[in-house]
Design a protein around this ligand. Structure first.
Ligand code: ME8
Length: 531
């Protein structure tokens, strides 16, 4: 399988200063769906996720909890990993922690390269810093509120005045090169609306970036040999320098000549949320340009998930844990809902009613019922095996062609992370299949024209096979049950981890058809209604 093309994708790495919520789950799930689809479609996938453990935010939370930062990070990294493994079935290949040894090496190596390029110099930083955002703000990006305290305008988080010796990265020198990147690689970031915000910001001019801290020590050290010998202080890297570098560590950096690195870098896709687009679309490519490394092919910026239209926040008490959802609705329903309900890239809102609506109409009715009704008829009337179809009528061909078209539509949609498009179109075809089944009424044909009944059941089962193949990435467990019932043989790349990956069916089989005479079984109810 050595010749399979590589596909390397990543999520943002989460701050381990608390438990993950459904907004984080949204990101993990969407990346997982992308990874699974690519695996099923014949790619050699590497899928990286993990935790961003350094910085003041984690250090301060640890102090409050009476733990060392490493203890806090370890506890919460384990909690996040447990959610990935046990609650969401995320098929990552590596869960990276930025406290991993190889990551220190990678971070120091990229620093060295930027230093060698002449892009790092010592100066003094004075300005505002938001610990919650781990981000510097210029004076005019902050405001004093009624309580007398100062806040970042954009994010609403408190800022504190910071004055310290710091190394700087010559970001200002990259303005033109970045603008050229955006011009020549319009697919570099998406959606366009968010990409345009980034472009406008860069057009407005860039200031050099403070990339080290001296007033606390929870970070990747900047060893003295990585300085120009111009400081007596101990510097640690600004957390975003090491955080972004995790994508390189995950590809085997700094071993740039290794087989792994050559195969995996540049990354095909970084999936991130809208609050960190500047870090990924400005700082990250600038660091890489400076270090003489290739740039990622794409940054997909997803929106935020809101609880009934309201921002999730601990103080409002409306933060939802992923397990609360999967226990109530089932994992596959949650995955389907999050990707089907709103366009990927835009903000989305959820309510209990909306999830139940999707579950009952799209899953229980459109898919579940059609599968139950058609497969039970086959089991009962066709000796429990795929029937031999008679001559195909135009209406048979029409629905078969619609199902056939779903592969290229889905591929295109996935290529642009337009998950909702793939699902929307798939459910449109399922709607057509339901109408076909109702019009053809095989239960009536049973009395009048058995050959025709067999044809209609064959065609319906074949549409279900194609749909099931395509929805494996989104609903691995349910799709597997359907494909099992249809007697479709397993084969394909299961990815590295976890049980819900058993029995994948490669999309290479999409263009085949069901074999008459092959045994099928009536599926146990796969998509029960939510009462
Ligand atoms: O930003 N809806 O970590 P983080 C959707 N460590 N996505 C959400 C969300 C919501 N309500 N809340 C958060 C960081 N996210 C950095 C990343 S990457 C080199 C370093 C997303 O724990 C958020 O946009 O604050 C980000 O992509 C991810 O969850 C982790 O957020």
């Amino acid at each position: 399988m050595a010749s399979r093309p590589s596909y390397y994708l990543t999520t943002a790495i989460t701050y381990p200063n608390g438990e993950p919520h459904i907004g984080h789950a949204y990101e993990y799930i969407s990346a997982d769906v992308m990874a699974r689809f690519k695996r099923l479609d014949g790619f050699d996938v590497r899928f990286l996720t993990g935790t961003d453990e350094h910085g003041q935010k984690v250090q301060q939370t640890a102090e409050r909890e009476g733990l060392t930062p490493y203890e806090l990070a370890t506890r919460n990294a384990q909690a996040i990993k447990r959610v990935d493994d046990e609650v969401l079935g995320i098929s990552y290949d590596r869960f990276i922690r930025t406290t991993d040894k190889d990551h220190y090496r990678a971070s120091q190596s990229i620093w060295q390269r930027m230093l060698d390029a002449g892009d790092i110099y010592l100066d003094k930083y004075s300005g505002w810093y938001s610990v919650r955002d781990e981000r510097f703000f210029a004076d005019d990006e902050t405001e004093v509120r009624e309580d007398g305290a100062r806040y970042a305008v954009e994010t609403g988080t408190p800022v504190t005045w910071t004055e310290e010796e710091s190394y700087f990265f010559r970001l200002s020198a990259y303005q033109e090169k970045l603008l050229e990147l955006y011009r020549t690689q319009p697919e570099f970031a998406a959606p366009a609306s968010r990409f345009n915000e980034v472009i406008r910001f860069v057009e407005g001019g860039l200031e050099d970036l403070s990339i080290s801290r001296t007033t606390f020590d929870w970070g990747v050290p900047v060893p003295k040999e990585l300085t120009a010998g111009d400081t007596d202080l101990n510097h640690v890297m600004y957390v975003w320098v090491d955080a972004l570098t995790n994508y390189l560590t995950g590809a085997g950096f700094p071993e740039t000549d290794s087989e792994e690195f050559t195969k995996r870098w540049p990354a095909d896709l970084h999936i991130i949320g809208k609050d960190i687009s500047r870090f990924h679309c400005i700082f990250w490519p600038a660091f890489l340009m400076s270090a003489g490394l290739e740039l990622p092919k794409r940054v997909m910026i997803h929106g935020f998930l809101h609880n009934a239209g309201e921002k999730m926040s601990k103080s409002v008490g409306n933060v939802v844990a992923p397990a609360a959802w999967t226990e109530t609705y089932g994992l596959d329903t949650v995955r389907f809902f999050l990707l089907r309900e709103f366009p990927y890239g835009q903000d989305g809102s959820y309510t209990h009613e909306a999830v139940v609506g999707r579950k009952n109409s799209d899953l229980a009715n459109n898919l579940g019922n059609l599968a139950q009704r058609s497969l039970s008829m086959i089991v009962k009337n066709c000796e429990g095996a795929i029937p031999e179809p008679g001559e195909l009528h135009p209406e048979d061909n029409k629905i078969l062609e619609q199902a056939e078209s779903l592969l290229s539509i889905s591929r295109d949609a996935y290529q642009g992370q337009q998950f909702h498009r793939a699902l929307e179109r798939t459910w449109y075809v399922l709607g057509e299949a339901n109408a076909y089944f109702a019009d053809q009424a095989p239960w009536k044909l049973k009395k009048t024209d058995e050959t025709r009944m067999r044809t209609v059941l064959y065609v319906t089962a074949e549409v279900l096979r194609k749909v099931s193949l395509l929805i494996q990435a989104v609903m691995p467990t349910s799709a597997t049950k359907l494909l099992d019932a249809l007697g479709v043989e397993a084969g394909g790349d299961a990815g590295a981890t976890n049980a819900s990956n058993t029995g994948p069916r490669s999309l290479a089989a999409f263009g085949d058809s069901l074999t008459p005479g092959s045994p099928i079984s009536k599926p146990e109810p796969i998509f029960p209604r939510h009462e």
